[in-house]
Design a protein around this ligand. Sequence first.
Ligand SMILES: [Zn+2]
Length: 134
Amino acid sequence: MERILTEKQLREISKYWIAVLGLTDWNIAININHKGDMELTCVAGEVSYSFVEREVQIRILHPDDYVGGPAFLQDMEKTLVHELLHLKFDHVCHPKGDLNKHHHQLLNDMAVALLRVRDDNEASKRITAEVPNG
Ligand SMILES: [Zn+2]
């Protein structure tokens, strides 16, 4: 699913996910960056953080720089949730910060699952609201 959002929308949506994931004790900055302003290459998003300071920088790739093709549409909300999940899992799974592709894949799967639950909940709320009385 393709979800293209503005920086303002991402920051608004992040409040929901930060609350759901129990990350309200972190100071989280979220920006949309062009690829030249990303630390990593060929990523849809990245996160850097200090566990001690509880400071987080999340950078989501600007849609103009996204290269995915029809099978890999850009979902900026999924990327946001993926980066937030790093805050929960990195220190548990890889204390030295040496992450492998399976770690990122796990976080991707979890992000997809969380978004699906949220979207299903919203869909069922809409259905309930549309049922006429009587
Ligand atoms: Zn990752």
